[in-house]
Design a protein. Structure first.
Length: 244
């Protein structure tokens, strides 16, 4: 049997309006229902099978966290494959590279492609003062949460965790910048100290192993009030302007 082609769909940020079910036989997640108001109702059909998100293969429900603040790349085996869409030369470099290196079909799902506008180099001028160096994040930036972090986000949202008290903003003695301490009552009855600073930390055993623990995620989600798909929720380090 011929392996069906995989279509690459570029999905813009926000809710996509699909009901998905893990396909235990063929792998990936099958589209079982499409919301009539979905922006992508013309790009998907019931029976399509999403096999990858951003190049990562889907194997379980936790892999289906797709809402994000960036364009996502869905690898889709279509129920009724369409003809290959040619990628125009004014596509972004990442998309054009994918077309050259892969034999898969590439299709744009309602993603506007900005035109390439040539511009001349700005004339050089002598700097009056030396610009201040740009602050660097103390740990690697995450574009999306890992499966383990997503599981901890789910626990932080649904387990019984309570904020007991919080401190006034202080200056962090380790890395500088503002910091705030929170006392959080965990699901086991223990009280842990969570510190939001350039490098956030918690006194629980899970954080001691280097993990982004559910207590820290609870503070970002329930106390600070960030949505679960906000990129600051799953970072291991913050910039000073993000803390301000």
């Amino acid at each position: 049997n011929t392996t069906p082609p995989t279509t690459i769909l570029l999905i813009t940020p926000g809710k996509i309006g699909l009901t998905l079910s893990i396909n235990q036989t063929k792998g990936g997640a099958t589209v079982t229902k499409i919301d009539p108001t979905s922006r992508f109702k013309d790009d998907f059909q019931e029976g399509d099978r999403i096999v990858t998100i951003d190049g990562f293969r889907i194997t379980k429900i936790a892999d289906l966290h797709v809402n994000s603040d960036k364009v996502r790349r869905f690898g889709v085996v279509q129920k009724n494959p369409v003809s290959t869409t040619t990628v125009a030369s004014n596509n972004p470099p990442a998309v054009a590279a994918a077309a050259v290196e892969s034999t898969t079909t590439i299709k744009s799902a309602s993603v506007p492609v900005p035109p390439v506008v040539p511009h001349s180099a700005a004339p050089k001028r002598k700097a009056a003062t030396k610009a201040a160096p740009k602050e660097k994040r103390l740990k690697r930036f995450r574009s999306y949460p890992t499966n383990k972090i997503q599981e901890r986000i789910d626990r932080a949202l649904h387990q019984r965790l309570f904020l007991i008290e919080s401190s006034a903003p202080l200056t962090c003695p380790h890395h500088g910048g503002p910091s705030i301490k929170f006392s959080v009552l965990g699901s086991t009855g223990n009280v842990y100290e969570v510190t939001i600073a350039k490098v956030p930390r918690c006194s629980c055993p899970d954080a001691a192993k280097g993990n982004l623990c559910k207590h820290l995620l609870f503070v970002m989600l329930k106390v600070v009030g960030l949505p679960a798909n906000h990129h600051l929720v799953y970072q291991s380090a913050y910039l000073t302007e993000e803390l301000d």
